[in-house]
Each structure stands twice: as C-alpha cells, then as structure tokens.
Unconditional design. Structure first.
Length: 102
C-alpha cells in the first residue's frame, strides 16, 4: 500500500459518513419544514376563528347600539312633543309668539 492508496482508503469512509450525515440533516430539515408548514396552517385557522368571533361580537354590539340609539331618539322626540304641547297650552307663551316677542 502506498501513501496515496492509504489516503484514498482513509477518505472514502469519511465521504460515506458525510453522505449519511447529510442525509440525516436533509431528513431533519424536511421534518422541520413540514412542521413549520403545518403550524402555519394551524395558526391561520386559529386566527380566522378568532377573527370570526370578533366580527360576530361586533355585529351583535352594533345591533344593540342601533336599537338603543333608536329608542333614545324616540324618547327625545316624545320629550320635545311634550314640551311643545306644554308651551302651546300656556297663554303667556302663546301670546308672546303671537305678538312676535321671542
């Protein structure tokens, strides 16, 4: 055996180890990539579920707000109606409007 054949013989197993090692790293990388992709889909699904719940809550709140606002507007008009009827029943205020004294 000469030095070159010993060197070649010594490097051949290292190359095989490197191939096995790179295969292991490729396998680990593939697992990490698949896990990352699956976690991304899970995160998007979870985000969409949370967003749907927020939108549903906002729609419910807006419906309640509209109902309360409508009731308050009707109460305001009833109050203005009562005030107008009260003013029209008073002689003092009717005479002042009739004379043009505001």
């Amino acid at each position: 055996m000469n030095a070159t054949s010993a060197a070649i013989a010594g490097t051949a197993p290292e190359t095989a180890k490197e191939k096995v090692s790179s295969g292991k790293w490729f396998f680990v990388f593939a697992i990490v990539l698949a896990a990352g992709t699956l976690s991304g889909f899970y995160a998007v699904n979870d985000y969409a579920s949370g967003t749907d719940a927020i939108v549903k809550s906002a729609n419910n709140n807006s419906a309640r707000f509209e109902a309360i606002f409508r009731d308050l507007m009707q109460a305001r008009y009833r109050t203005l109606n009562i005030a107008a009827e009260t003013m029209l029943q008073s002689r003092v205020t009717v005479e002042a409007f009739a004379k043009g004294n505001n």
